[in-house]
Design a protein. Structure first.
Ligand SMILES: Nc1ncnc2c1ncn2[C@@H]1O[C@H](COP(=O)(O)OP(=O)(O)OP(=O)(O)O)[C@@H](O)[C@H]1O
Ligand SMILES: [Mg+2]
Length: 267
C-alpha cells in the first residue's frame, strides 16, 4: 500500500525542552487516522514538521512520496499542493472575505478555472452550512464558523491528504458534533483521500477514526485500533483513553460502540 505520510525517528527540541524524542508512524493512502495526546505533547509540532513549516533536529519525513528533509523550496511547494491543512488557530486572512480566502488557496495550489473555483466555493460552503457567508469577513463570524471556513479552505484544493489540527477545541459539544460530521461527510465522500485529525479530545478522536496514534512524552505511546488499546493497551494508554469515556452517558457509550467489556466494567 502506498504510504502518504511517513514519519521516521523524528526528534525536535525547542531551546532545552525536548518536545519530540523519537516519533515514527506512517499513514497509508485512503487511511483515516486520529493523532491523540495531552495538551503540549507535540501534536501540532509533528504536523508542522510533516508540512516542512518547521525543521526536525533529526529523522526523516516523507509526504506523498517526497522526502521533506532538505527538499528544495520548489519541490516542497509542489508536494504541498497535494495537502490540505486546517490549522488549530484557523489562520484565515482577516482582510479577505470567506470566498476570497478559499479562492486564494485555489489560485495558488490548483489550476482551476474561475468558474470551477466558484462552483467549489458554493458546494463546500453549503457542505459546511455556511452558504450565506461568502462575502463576510472572518471577524464577522463566530469561532465555530471560522473553524468551518478553515476546514472548507483545507479541502478547496481537492488535496490527496487532509490534515485537521484540533478542529473542535474550544467549541461546544453540539458545534463539535456538527463539525465532525461535516468532516466525515467530506472525507468519506472521497474514498482515496488520506486524513489525519489531531486532537486532545479522546471522544472526538475515536469517533473520527478506528486507528489512533497516541503521543506522549516525546514518543508514540500507542498506535492501533482504539478498541484494542482501550482494553489491552499499556496502563497509561488505557487510562488516557478511558478517563474521558467513563464519564459519558451509557446510551451514548453504546452509540459510540465502546467494547461491551468496557461498558460492563464501568456502568
Ligand atoms: N516555535 C516554538 N518555540 C518554542 N517552543 C515551542 C514552539 N512550538 C511548540 N513549542 C513547545 O512545544 C511543546 C509542544 O507544543 P505543540 O503545540 O506541538 O503541542 P500540542 O500537542 O499541539 O498541544 P495542544 O494540544 O495544546 O494543541 C510545547 O511545550 C510548546 O511550548
Ligand atoms: Mg496543538
Amino acid at each position: 500500500m502506498t504510504k502518504m505520510i511517513e514519519v521516521n525517528r523524528v526528534r525536535k527540541s525547542f531551546k532545552d525542552v525536548d518536545v519530540l524524542e523519537d516519533i515514527s508512524f506512517s499513514v497509508a493512502e485512503g487511511e483515516k487516522v486520529a493523532l491523540l495526546g495531552p495538551g503540549g505533547s507535540g501534536k501540532s509540532t509533528i504536523l508542522k514538521i510533516i508540512l516542512g513549516i518547521i525543521e526536525a533536529d533529526a529523522g526523516s519525513v516523507n509526504l506523498c512520496g517526497t522526502d521533506m528533509v532538505g527538499v528544495s523550496a520548489d519541490e516542497r511547494q509542489k508536494t504541498l499542493r497535494n495537502v490540505g491543512m486546517a490549522f488549530q488557530q484557523g489562520a484565515l486572512f482577516d482582510y479577505m472575505t470567506v470566498a476570497e480566502n478559499l479562492t486564494f488557496a485555489m489560485e495558488h495550489m490548483t489550476s482551476k478555472t474561475p468558474k470551477q473555483m466558484e462552483d467549489k466555493i458554493t458546494s463546500l460552503l453549503e457542505g459546511v452550512k455556511l452558504g450565506k457567508t461568502k462575502n463576510m469577513l472572518p471577524h464577522e463570524l463566530s469561532g465555530g464558523m471560522k473553524r468551518r471556513v478553515g476546514i472548507a479552505r483545507a479541502l478547496a484544493t481537492d488535496p490527496k491528504v487532509a490534515i485537521f489540527d484540533e478542529p473542535t477545541s474550544g467549541l461546544d459539544p453540539v458545534t463539535s458534533t456538527i463539525i465532525l460530521n461535516m468532516i466525515d461527510a467530506l472525507i468519506d465522500g472521497d474514498k482515496g483521500k488520506t486524513s489525519l485529525l489531531c486532537t486532545t479530545n479522546v471522544e472526538i478522536g475515536i469517533r473520527y477514526a478506528d486507528r489512533v496514534i497516541l503521543v506522549n512524552e516525546g514518543i508514540v505511546a500507542a498506535d492501533g485500533p482504539w478498541r484494542d488499546l482501550l482494553l489491552d493497551g499499556p496502563e497509561w494508554v488505557r487510562n488516557f483513553l478511558s478517563v474521558r469515556l467513563i464519564g459519558l452517558d451509557q446510551d451514548y457509550a453504546v452509540e459510540l460502540d465502546l467494547p461491551q467489556k468496557f461498558i460492563d466494567a464501568h456502568w
